[in-house]
Design a binder for this molecule. Structure first.
Ligand code: ZN
Length: 410
């Protein structure tokens, strides 16, 4: 019995790789009309629709990839609010939350986040997990069990987000070993003001540890409005001195926007040369940084996405926190993230580089098998919306269907 399905949809042209390109009908918002078929979980046919008098009533996206989240603290806002909505307020509420944290509480938050993310249309997520000396290492075994439990629906990557000095301890080394057998990543924070000498020393230790266990690094770096690019400059200098090559992701880099264009382009070229990837996190940055509760601020720091892309840096846009002291909103919904970020950052959804930062760069960042392009042979992993134009995508009455390996997820 055949389980083949065929439907007519619109797909953003830059997310669609089609052989019969010359016959594609593409609308003013770069959406192309296609007929798509899938069978046994994979796309079996993709061809242009020839008629111009009617348009498909659905838009199809590949399932989404979230490059930066914090599953371990999601939904803690009510118990640990940060009503001043400042970075320092978030940090102190976060530390209060640590005092009451248990493995069980964290697992519940992670599981709730995972279920929501799958339902809303994600296929892969990288989540940071707060890591500190007094925390039992056993939590990791449980987290990896969850990773496995959900692996048929979503691939989950964990970053152990620890103070830099943690990676210079025996606990740090023990965790690095564990992470190396589960595809885990070393995380840390490099945000000014910091002691340059000490930070450099700990960065060296962390980089060497990553190199020893063949691990990636993902840093919260320059999430700040002061000392623009100070963390990134120190990181680049340290890598150059060590002559080391490991995959590095810079999350945030918001203060870079205060540098002049030639400095941004110089740093961008250096990053591209070293294949350092960037995750821009506009929601938390706009919410927390440079906040003045008496004045509406003109300066809102966020990684200079377009300048970095121009320097050939692979930039992804991520969501960051969900309903915790760092950000009180969100629901692991890619359409919420897009609806907020695109107008905020003046990104046109009909442009290739915009969609690259949402679909393709994140797939590369997480080293996923599928690059996210809809083509013959790709997984039938889609989010299909009742929509005919971008305005429908960004409306509040979004109706979506999520397909995982060709089957409708309910
Ligand atoms: Zn973060």
């Amino acid at each position: 019995m055949s389980n083949s399905v065929t439907t007519e949809v619109l797909i953003p042209r830059s997310l669609c790789l089609i052989e019969d390109f010359d016959n594609l009908i593409i609308d003013v918002e770069d959406l192309c009309s296609v007929s798509i078929s899938w069978e046994d979980g994979f796309v079996s046919e993709l061809k242009p629709l020839r008629y111009i008098d009617r348009k498909p009533k659905n838009i199809l996206f590949p399932r989404f990839v979230e490059t930066h989240s914090h599953f371990d603290k999601s939904f803690t806002w009510t118990d640990f609010p940060n009503q001043e909505s400042t970075y320092l307020g978030a940090l102190s509420a976060n530390l209060e939350e640590h005092k009451t944290r248990s493995t069980n509480k964290v697992l519940k938050r992670v599981e709730k986040s995972l279920k929501l993310a799958i339902k809303n249309g994600y296929r892969a997520i990288r989540s940071h997990i707060d890591t500190y000396k007094s925390q039992s290492i056993d939590i990791w075994n449980e987290l990896f069990k969850l990773q496995k439990k959900f692996s048929s629906e979503l691939s989950l990557q964990f970053v152990a987000l620890a103070p830099l000095e943690f990676w210079d301890t025996s606990n740090g080394e023990e965790l690095a070993k564990i992470l190396s057998s589960h595809g885990g990543i070393l995380g840390g924070v490099v945000v000014p003001p910091f002691n340059k000498k000490e930070t450099r020393r700990f960065l060296v230790k962390m980089l060497l540890l990553a190199s020893k266990y063949k691990l990636e690094i993902d840093l919260h770096i320059d999430e700040s409005i002061i000392e623009p690019g100070a963390g990134l400059k120190l990181l680049l200098e340290t890598i150059e001195n060590l002559k080391i090559s490991i995959p590095i992701t810079c999350s945030h880099l918001s203060s870079l926007i205060s540098l002049n264009e030639s400095e941004i382009s110089y740093l961008g070229e250096k990053m591209a040369e070293k294949n350092i990837r960037v995750i821009a996190l506009p929601l938390t940055n706009f919410w927390l940084l440079n906040r003045n509760n008496k004045k509406t601020s003109f300066k809102r720091p966020v990684a200079p996405i377009k300048q970095l892309q121009k320097s050939h840096v692979d930039v992804s846009i991520g969501s960051d926190n969900v309903q915790d002291p760092w950000y009180p909103f969100g629901n692991f919904d890619p359409f919420y993230m897009m609806s907020c970020s695109m107008p905020m950052l003046q990104l046109n959804p009909w442009e290739r580089m915009t969609l690259s930062s949402i679909f393709l760069a994140p797939s590369r960042l997480l080293n996923l098998k599928w690059d996210g392009l809809i083509k013959k042979g790709c997984p039938a992993d889609f989010v299909i919306l009742d929509a005919q134009k971008w305005a429908d995508v960004f409306s509040s009455t979004l109706k979506r269907k999520v397909f995982i390996k060709g089957a409708l997820h309910c």
